[in-house]
Design a protein around this ligand. Sequence first.
Ligand SMILES: [Zn+2]
Length: 397
Amino acid sequence: MNFILRGKIVTPTEVLEDNALVIQGDKIYHILENDVFQKFADDFSKNYKIIEFDNDKYICPGLIDIHTHGAIGKDFMNSNIDDNKDIANFYLKNGVTSFVATTMTNPKENILKAIIAAKEYSKLNIASSELIGIHVEGPYINKEEPIFYGAQNPIYIKEMNIKEIDEFIEAGEGLIRRITVAPEGTPGSSEIIRYLVKNNVIVSIGHSNSNFEEAKEAFDAGLNLITHLYNASGTWHHRATGIIGAALLDKRVYCETICDGHHVHPSAIEMTYIVKTPEKMITITDSTSGAGMADGEEFDLGGQRATVNEGVCRLVKDGMLAGSALTLNKALYNVNNWIDISLPQLVNTATLNPAILFGLDKEIGSIEKGKKADIAVFDGNFIAEMVIKKGEILYKK
Ligand SMILES: [Zn+2]
């Protein structure tokens, strides 16, 4: 089906008023100004289905979540194909057209099982939000204290091990695109980082107590992302700025943040946008099964019990923040209310910026001629009105 969306279009640099987005097959074919569209309106109406949106709607690129563990009571660590389908459909309804399934610190066999389930799901090419990669979060992280390992289970934390990582990469058949590590825990970690980067894996520093110099060394080896900046990132002190100071200062490094208002104070988010610039910011959810669940319900988080209350997920045993109950469109809504940046800059943090980081920006991440027609139409509160994946309307409010 070929169609034309009429209304406000959010490109990487501006909001185009009253334009026409021409979708042909699975691709964005053209963006036309109103007068051009009007000139050929009769012809268009014969060959295209024309969908008009009011002035309070925004035609945006589909969102990309590069850090999520699951939703609606289902977690990638213990999911099957049907569960993965349900999770993907939940993302889709929230405007997310691509996601990176994230594993937890667990015994190797469990991580392998999760990788295989995600790969099998991906091979089915189901019309829904698309699994574009797997993020292995742990077990190669810091096990010293809860402020570093957070809600990851310290029993299974270990040093980086190329042989084991290779098993993950092999099992994923190209889907392992990201690993979160604490470089300080492994002698010679820079060599391993170089090896992973060469193998098309994005290496991210997180759940780590590296000092500034160790973090810099990892950046020089090709590590270019910090996992949920500020959470499980140690502390920033003016004589010991650690991974936070290193990541904030280094222009090569992207910062992802959980913008639910519980993990990081809005003022810290605002400060970070100023220091890093919006181009280096990535909005994520780090959502767990708790996303989309009712208050008081319990769920499993990598073998530990957690519960969701008023939008906050915590471990039952000690109350530690346990991922989020956030959706990515809600995260954008929050940032939009907290800080003063343009709508394109804000949307880029959950579309173009992650696409560039993952080397997918020729295909997805923005509304530009020739890219895949992955589109989310939002109202002013970032509630999804319509979601299109590869030129197919898969969701309508
Ligand atoms: Zn996570």
